[in-house]
Design a binder for this molecule. Sequence first.
Ligand code: NAP
Length: 242
Amino acid sequence: MLKEKTAVVTGGSRGIGAAIARKLASLGADIAVLYAGNTEAAESVCKTCRKDYGVTARAYQCDVSDFNAVKETVEQIKADFGTVQILVNNAGITRDGLIARMKEEDFDAVLDTNLKGAFHLIRHLTGLFLKNREGCIINISSVSGLAGNAGQSNYSASKAGLIGLTKSVAKELASRGIRCNAVAPGFIATDMTEGQADNPLLQKIPLGRIGTAEDVAEAAAFLATAGYITGEVIRVDGGMAM
Ligand code: NAP
């Protein structure tokens, strides 16, 4: 279904991003994984994509919060793959804390990675998408961005910002054949949520279980192939934020 397409997946070394990389590869897409520091994990995801699905897959260490580093990495990806049709902005971090005590650097770090990181990738890939009159952008937001979450004002602001970014980019680029959508996961079992088995939010999941990275990857794959959907936000949260 995605044969002859190349997908860039940020934060593709672990958790949700790794599941999205594997899922898109299973549909035939070649994969460029961006990661922060975990080379072994990133290489392992690429190896799985190559071995299990026969696609081309390469890993690039790149801090998405760095405008120029993203520019250089995008140039390298274009040289390696020839072109790109799908961008999944998934890289994200948390620096949780109560607003009364939150450090400025914790607010900035989360906004710079989660929101500006997505802007950097979109900014540096849009020229190519415009030239090809084809592009699909998927931003991984969060139910925290839809409903807010005490102790996560920085994270929620970054994820709400991603939804505004998604809808504006969707409106701006729709006439040029470029779609932009978001996925808002709820509580998903990854390194990010490790050690939170007692979180009271877990009791509020109507479907009665924590989500898997593969649950989110299904939604990303759907959006990658759903040619008449743009500006949409799909919750993958077991009903938590309904
Ligand atoms: P995770 O397991 O902590 O993985 C984070 C990924 O992002 C890793 O691949 C990491 O690379 C990469 N990364 C972090 N900072 C980066 C940077 N500055 N530049 C490039 N890559 C960077 O997280 P996850 O749970 O899979 O979450 C993935 C996305 O889903 C995030 O945007 C998160 O906010 C969102 N989300 C998660 C949940 C959840 O319950 N888990 C819920 C809602 C939304 P390294 O491996 O190199 O460190």
